[in-house]
Design a protein around this ligand. Structure first.
Ligand SMILES: *[C@@H]1O[C@H](CO)[C@@H](O)[C@H](O)[C@H]1NC(C)=O
Ligand SMILES: *[C@@H]1O[C@H](CO)[C@@H](O)[C@H](O)[C@H]1NC(C)=O
Ligand SMILES: *[C@@H]1O[C@H](CO)[C@@H](O)[C@H](O)[C@H]1NC(C)=O
Length: 287
């Protein structure tokens, strides 16, 4: 984990001066499932503004968000005097008409970052991740409050490309002191296509129908094969020793009848009493 931390910090540093750095998507180590449909987790600009020397005085980092479009590539987040824009999600139609301020936070000094070794500890994990990550789009509170004045960070639109920018604001002057470049476009997830989650049988794909048909007729084929096996086994029996046993049974039954002897003994052994009477009756008819 210390190695990870080092990689993270070096990731910012090796790109040289702040001006050429861009906000980065949070590593999957910290944020699995990122981006989601409505949120994007970014690495905070740790060791970025204070990588070479510690910052003096009070400062804050603002995070600006805008929808990517050709006309917004060079969008500025400060006015001519250097004051950072205070445009909101609502003003900019969710970043479509310009950048809005989505978050403001203090940075943990580069020399004082929390150890990632403890990130497995549930009691500390959220605090540590909070020091390393910022999640855009995770607070819709402001959308429900018509009088809301503060920072608004409501859910982003799905399947939309956004760009992000960090700005270092000197709180004693209220001016932009430093800033990153706009990030590369980062696209939020698209919703699962309707057909993929639909279980209505009428919408099955061709492949599914073939598989269903095969599975449906499988028992029939098994039955046919099974019946065939039985028939074959009977044919087998008939052609070999099975034949002789049938013959012997027939001759055993035929012999006493043809001889006309001890009809009663034969029936008493092989059949029940009711048949016994019937045979007596038939023998009387014959007489
Ligand atoms: C903020 O501005 C003051 C006055 O210009 C300066 O002394 C201070 O170093 C600045 N703070 C940061 C964090 O750069
Ligand atoms: C954006 O800014 C760069 C440098 O400041 C400039 O060269 C480029 O022409 C600008 N592009 C647009 C679309 O304004
Ligand atoms: C959401 O935003 C409101 C207003 O800024 C704030 O009071 C609240 O603590 C935020 N909730 C979370 C989970 O960040």
């Amino acid at each position: 984990m210390p190695l990870l931390w080092a990689l993270l910090a070096l990731g910012w540093l090796r790109r040289g001066s702040t001006v050429y750095l861009q906000p980065q998507l949070a590593s999957v180590t910290f944020a699995t499932n990122n981006p989601t449909l409505t949120t994007v987790a970014l690495e905070k600009p740790l060791c970025m503004f204070d990588g070479s020397e510690p910052l003096s005085g009070a400062y804050e980092v603002y995070l600006y968000v805008m929808v990517d479009s050709a006309s917004s590539r060079n969008a500025s987040v400060q006015d001519s005097s250097g004051t950072p824009l205070s445009s909101t999600f609502r003003h900019t139609q969710g970043g479509k008409t310009g950048p809005y301020k989505a978050a403001a936070f203090d940075l943990t000094p580069c020399s004082d970052l929390p150890s990632l070794d403890a990130v497995g500890d549930v009691s500390q994990a959220s605090e540590i991740l909070n020091a390393y990550l910022v999640r855009v789009g995770n607070n819709g509170t402001c959308l429900w409050d018509p009088n809301f004045q503060g920072l608004c960070n409501p859910p982003l639109s799905a399947a939309t490309e956004y760009r992000f920018k960090y700005v270092l604001v000197n709180m004693s002057t209220g001016l932009v002191q430093d800033q990153t470049l706009w990030s590369d476009p980062i696209r939020t997830n698209r919703p699962a296509p309707y057909a993929a989650i639909d279980t209505w049988p009428g919408r099955r794909s061709g492949c599914m129908i073939v598989i269903t048909a095969i599975l449906g007729s499988l028992p029939f084929f098994l039955l046919v094969a099974f019946a065939g096996a039985i028939v074959l086994s009977f044919v087998d029996m008939g052609s070999s020793d099975g034949e002789t046993t049938h013959d012997s049974q027939i001759t055993q039954e035929a012999v006493p009848k043809s001889l006309g002897t001890s009809e009663t003994s034969y029936t008493s052994v092989n059949r029940g009493p009711p048949l016994d009477r019937a045979e007596v009756y038939s023998s009387k008819l014959q007489d």
